[in-house]
Write a new protein. Structure first.
Length: 120
């Protein structure tokens, strides 16, 4: 009886191929999960930064309003015009100039209060 020659294997066996496929699929899953988690963290950080930026803007607006009200409080209200008419406005402008010279008003505050007096 003649023996058949032994077959020579070419390439990896079936079990080795299945194992390699499982490792590749597992690695891809882990990598995909890590990337998704990183993207979610970045999106959350961007939303938080946007919320903080909005809060800062609101605080700045409140500060501007508060400064404007403080300027109005420093300047005496316009009295009803008397017979001369322009003397009250002139007195208020002089008072503003005095406050600015004393350093109590900045240039912007001075301009805002002056515009308010002249517009009234």
């Amino acid at each position: 009886m003649m023996r058949r020659p032994m077959a020579i294997r070419r390439g990896p066996g079936l079990l080795n191929t299945v194992a390699r496929t499982a490792v590749v699929a597992g690695t891809a899953t882990v990598t995909s999960s890590a990337i998704l988690g990183r993207q979610q963290r970045k999106a959350a950080a961007a939303q938080q930064q946007q919320a903080e930026s909005l809060e800062v803007q609101q605080l700045q607006q409140q500060m501007v309003q508060l400064q404007a009200s403080q300027i109005q409080a420093r300047v005496e209200p316009v009295a009803a015009p008397g017979p001369a008419g322009g003397t009250d406005i002139l007195a208020q402008l002089q008072q503003l100039a005095t406050l600015k010279e004393q350093g109590m008003l900045s240039d912007e505050e001075f301009a805002t209060a002056k515009a308010a007096i002249l517009g009234a």
